[in-house]
Write a protein that binds this ligand. Structure first.
Ligand code: SAH
Length: 356
């Protein structure tokens, strides 16, 4: 059988894997074995599945595949952040970033996954938006980034049985809400209590303000965190920085976010990139406070990370602090995002891949 015609098993839940086994004339518990090999053991080869009889491994391999993306390259930053270049079956490539929550190699990690190959939205300050949009990722390719990263990490650890990756953020390449069906499917798989077991509250989706997607997401009844890349609190500036604002201006975006908060009861996060001399004046802080105050929300400030070929500048530390203080004085819940992996171009907004 041509490998293209094989059935992809990543993305299937236990019931679907049981059905798969049973369609091949195998007992249903073989599906549960597959489930464990895929989602607990990060195995992509049927021949490593030691509790399956040899001819069953062969039979599964003839009909199916487990496409954990190939890690073509990995770079490690001075702070321990790892950036993986991952290749999909059709040779398309994305980047995935593994961020340690502490200095301890055996500690916990947050994984930043990509949801698209490239991005169609072209935000002015973002490296991904400078390249060409190629396609959406399938749910199995998103979950595959998790399995592939965890497998790489386990190879380096003494005690690989501990929970390693405890948080997943959809903040890599692409706009997740333009690929919502696959993104939601991937969340259900990450969240499966018999598989990867990632709590929904440990999952964050970041959107540049795809208002229709926000409303659709609200209907899903998920306990994940929604982050909105706001970056400007007036329409004129936001049109420039985040072009999707022309389609969904601030009024439309904020109405959608308000509905989301009402429907889910979840506190949202507004991300705000800080560009020196562009969006961090006192007036900008006042506009931002006015816009966000009525909502149940946190603000996460992201000092700009350098992108080759772009002219924006990171603000001085004292300007970051001043902006932060104005917002706090206005009664907002504010934090400043720590930069990770800046020395290997793995920080927010620095992900870009040339396709071969
Ligand atoms: N498309 C989604 C997911 C990307 S998340 C979104 O826009 O939210 C990546 C986060 O990093 C977003 O908040 C994005 O606006 C921000 N970002 C992009 N380029 C950046 C840069 N050069 N420096 C700092 N943050 C950046």
């Amino acid at each position: 059988m041509n490998s293209i015609d094989k059935i992809e098993l990543i993305g299937m839940n236990i019931g679907e894997l049981e059905d798969f086994a049973s369609r091949l004339g195998q007992p249903r518990f073989r599906g549960r074995q597959l489930h464990r090999w895929i989602y607990v053991k990060d195995t992509s080869s049927f021949y490593e599945m030691s509790d399956l009889p040899r001819q069953v491994r062969q039979q599964f391999d003839d009909r199916a595949r487990i496409s954990i993306p190939r890690v073509l390259k990995q770079r490690v930053a001075s702070d321990g952040t790892r950036k993986f270049l991952m290749e999909m079956n059709d040779k398309k490539r994305v980047e995935t970033v593994l961020i340690p929550q502490s200095r301890d190699l055996n500690g916990r990690y947050t994984l930043c996954v990509s949801s698209q190959v490239g991005c169609p939205l072209r935000c002015a300050f973002c490296a991904t938006g400078q390249g060409v949009f190629q396609r959406n990722l399938a749910a199995h390719e998103i979950v595959g980034q998790f399995l592939g990263s965890r497998r790489e990490l386990k190879r380096r650890l003494k005690n690989p049985e501990e929970p390693l990756i405890t948080n997943v953020v959809y903040m890599g390449m692409g706009e997740p809400l333009l690929n919502l069906t696959e993104v939601i499917h991937s969340i259900r798989i990450l969240n499966d209590p018999r598989g990867i077991q990632l709590g929904q509250r440990h999952i964050t989706i970041s959107t540049c303000g795809e208002a229709t997607g926000i409303l659709r997401l609200a209907e899903e009844d998920l306990q994940i965190t929604l982050a909105i890349s706001l970056h400007a609190a007036d329409d004129q500036l936001r049109d420039e920085l985040v072009p999707i604002n022309k389609k969904y201006p601030l009024a439309a975006l904020m109405t959608a976010v308000k509905k989301y908060v009402e429907k889910t009861g979840r506190r949202v996060t507004f991300e705000y990139i800080m560009l020196d001399g562009v969006n961090i004046s006192r007036k900008d802080a006042e506009n931002l406070a006015k816009l966000v105050k009525p909502l149940l929300a946190n603000i996460n400030l992201i000092p700009y990370n350098e992108v080759d070929g772009l002219l924006y500048r990171k603000p001085e530390a004292q300007d970051v602090q001043a902006f932060c203080n104005w917002l706090k004085a206005a009664g907002l819940n504010v934090s400043v995002r720590e930069e990770h992996g800046g020395d290997i171009e793995a920080a927010c907004g620095q992900l870009a891949v040339k396709q071969s």
